[in-house]
Write a protein that binds this ligand. Structure first.
Ligand SMILES: [Zn+2]
Length: 323
């Protein structure tokens, strides 16, 4: 049996695990509730049980495990593996997650930020598998992401690098949860797109969205906008296009800054397809230098919900110096 890695994606709702071979073959998977409200000890138990279940599904013995990688939310010290106090994991305070899991699993454990881990997953086995430099933007409630330059994840000394969602795209723009104004995620996340729709409707634009939300603007969702656009609603299509333009402006800056070969977009919003990608690509091209702008392609992620577990396993391999 070949040597394998365990990749764990620790979320506030679910713990997901994959057993991945060194060659990048996913051999077994598990997903179970995090039980975050029951405190850190229960969550650690869930992670251990999930790892054991994934190993058993893969028919791999514990002795074949090289290391485990964990993608965790919130601020942390990626070098020591201490997780500070993630907002969606109540009761966690300066938890030595890497050391705790290393004792429980009996193998070296490494902890990384969940967004960076997802980026590494797409880089290792997904949309970025054929390139050395890429940027990932995950479009969800916020905008997360990661950066790989010449095969290395850009973490930064404090692990806070690659906060692409908080690139300023507009001076004095919308207020962001981070406290600043005009951050990319206030325009290009699902939440930002919904805000663009609500602002437009309040300014008097006519749209079938009003009917879809039953007149209650707070009920508008990203999916609703996408469905209305696909059904031919001009305003909804404009909202998605506008979101793509905000995204493209940031991508243009990222291209000038980092010279990536690919900019990969992930998250539910990419289902909007060309309505989103086409304005994003056109704006990125306009906003970047010719050489890096022509090199960088803007593409959809390919791993979906598996990017985290695969990336966590990949990050462990990277930390061992084997990738
Ligand atoms: Zn921000």
């Amino acid at each position: 049996m070949s040597e394998v890695l365990i990749g764990i994606d620790l979320g506030g709702t679910n713990v997901k695990t994959a057993v991945v071979s060194r060659a990048g073959e996913v051999l077994g998977k598990d997903c179970r509730p995090t039980r975050a409200s029951e405190g850190p000890d229960v969550v650690i138990d869930m992670m251990v049980e999930s790892a054991e279940a994934a190993l058993s599904q893969a028919s791999v013995a514990q002795s074949n495990v090289l290391a485990a990688g964990i993608g965790a939310p919130g601020p942390m010290n990626w070098q020591t593996g201490v997780v500070f106090s993630p907002p969606n994991l109540p009761g966690w305070k300066d938890m030595p997650l890497a050391d705790t899991m290393a004792k429980r699993l009996g193998v070296p454990c490494f902890v990384d930020n969940d967004a960076n881990v997802a980026c590494f997953g797409e880089f290792w086995l997904g949309a970025g598998r054929d390139v050395d430099s890429m940027v990932l933007l995950t479009l969800g409630t916020g905008v997360g992401g990661g950066i790989i330059v010449m095969g290395k994840l850009l973490r930064g000394p404090d692990g806070t690098a690659a906060e692409v969602g908080h690139l300023c795209v507009r001076r004095n723009g919308r207020r962001c949860n981070c406290g600043a104004r005009g951050c990319l995620e206030t325009y290009a996340s699902v939440t930002g797109m919904v805000r663009t729709a609500v602002d437009g409707i309040q300014a008097g634009h006519q749209t079938a969205l009003l009917e879809r939300c039953g007149g209650d603007l707070e009920k508008i969702t990203g999916r609703m906008i996408s469905e209305a656009a696909q059904a031919g609603d001009g305003f909804a299509a404009w909202v998605i296009g506008e979101t793509g333009v905000w995204l493209g402006a940031a991508i243009g800056s990222l291209i000038n800054l980092l010279n990536p070969e690919k900019v990969v977009l992930a998250g539910g919003m990419i289902a909007a397809g060309e309505m989103l990608f086409s304005p994003a690509r056109a704006t990125a091209k306009r906003q970047s230098f010719e050489v890096p702008g022509s090199r960088a392609s803007v593409e959809a992620a390919t791993l979906g919900g598996d990017a985290g577990v695969i990336g966590a396993a990949g990050c462990a391999l990277e930390r061992l110096g084997l990738i």
